[in-house]
Design a protein around this ligand. Sequence first.
Ligand code: HEC
Length: 460
Amino acid sequence: MEILDWFGRFHPAFVHFPIGLLIGAVLFHWISIRRPTWKGSAVVSTLYLFGFVTSGLAAFAGWMLAKEGGYDMETIFRHRWLGILMVLISLALWRMTRLGDLNNRGPKWLSLALVFGLLITGHLGGEMTHGEDYLVESAPEFIKKLASYQEGMKYAVLDDPDSAIVYDDIIKPILQRKCWTCHSNSITKGGLNMEDLDLFLEGGKNGKVIEANAEASELYKRITMDPERRKFMPPKGTALSYQEVALVGWWLDQGAPTDKSVTTVESPPTIQSILMGRHKLDTKPKSHIEKTKVDPVSEDVMQKILAEGFAIKQIAMNTNFVDVKWKDIDTLDVNERIKILSAVADQIAWLDLGSSNLSDAALSTVGGMNNLVRLRIENNPITDNGIKELVNLKHLESLNLYNSKISDLCAPDLSQLRSLKKLFIWQTDFSEEGIAQLKTAVPDVEVIGGYTFNTPQSSD
Ligand code: HEC
């Protein structure tokens, strides 16, 4: 059947004949209605006849071409059947104009339908040879707007890495766009069906194409080999971009999971940035403050807190969390005034009460600040009892206790702070041994303590 395949290749060139002939036929048709003296009826019906014959041939060639695969199946379906409808309409118009009056309602309406149909069919055909965005891509800005064309809109926006499935949401769309045209339920080149997941995992005529790492996978070899080689995939159409190859490789290296979400696999920095760029998917773990929303602190409360001797400010533009600091006013006693902070217990993320003569009792107010992330209470007469008040601060990441009266005894309480990353306990009553034990008990916490330390750095 090779000669027919070859014939198929002429389809894109050959279609211009029926299009030209049929549009000419319709033009003559309407002119002849306006100018009855022309007696154009015979010419019109002959043009429709030529249009019918050439469109029939073009459709046949198109059918042969489509068998080769490599085109978007949905578009091919529409293009094919619309094309065949055009063949039938031109046949009908030939009969009608030969046997009846050009001015009859039937042929008049049908001729308009023909022009309209030809435009759509042709456009779908062009889309397949040049890509969907061919016309809009280089159009003036206002036409792009009309066609709501936006670069980069081709990829789904995935906003939650917990629910984004690596295969379904990231890999499958790539294969669907670039491989399914030849490896699907309807066309299985090389015996490989990628549309049906079970068959995909089974592989092609030479066995499995997916292994648990990229280098060993036939699929990966095919997309990364020299594009000049006959085995390179896809053999025609647009090759995978650098980013797409990287994503497919990443998926294979993760063991080619079909149900895992993005958060349950490892993603190296390059993949993270590709996911961000293509899918707006932020895979970096979010801090407690970024994830949590709190009500704003009212102006009224702000003023009251200021009046009690504290400085208070939002920690950033886009959050309601606040940073509170004791202003170290010698005449005021922080232990009497700290109660006011209960009004913003949820909003305080950073609290600095260093060198304020803070007592153990005052720490009970601090213990109720659920979203506290950083706490500086260094240079205060705090003891192990005070630390007991802090054990419920489950988001506390940094705690500065240097130069206070705490000892080895508070180690069990400190190890309850499950988000803790940094702990400053130098110049306390902690023993060298106690610090060593604490370090083994909480290996994820950076414990800054000890005696051999000369000049400990600032505390955050
Ligand atoms: C235009 C059609 C076409 C497209 C598009 C296409 N392939 Fe193929 N593919 C073939 C043909 C034909 C074969 C069989 C010949 C061969 O093995 O090279 C094949 C075979 C394969 C095989 C080997 C199967 C086996 O067991 O031998 C793999 C793997 C493969 N393709 C992967 C892909 C991937 C991945 C894509 C998308 C990036 C893709 N193909 C896109 C036509 C295509």
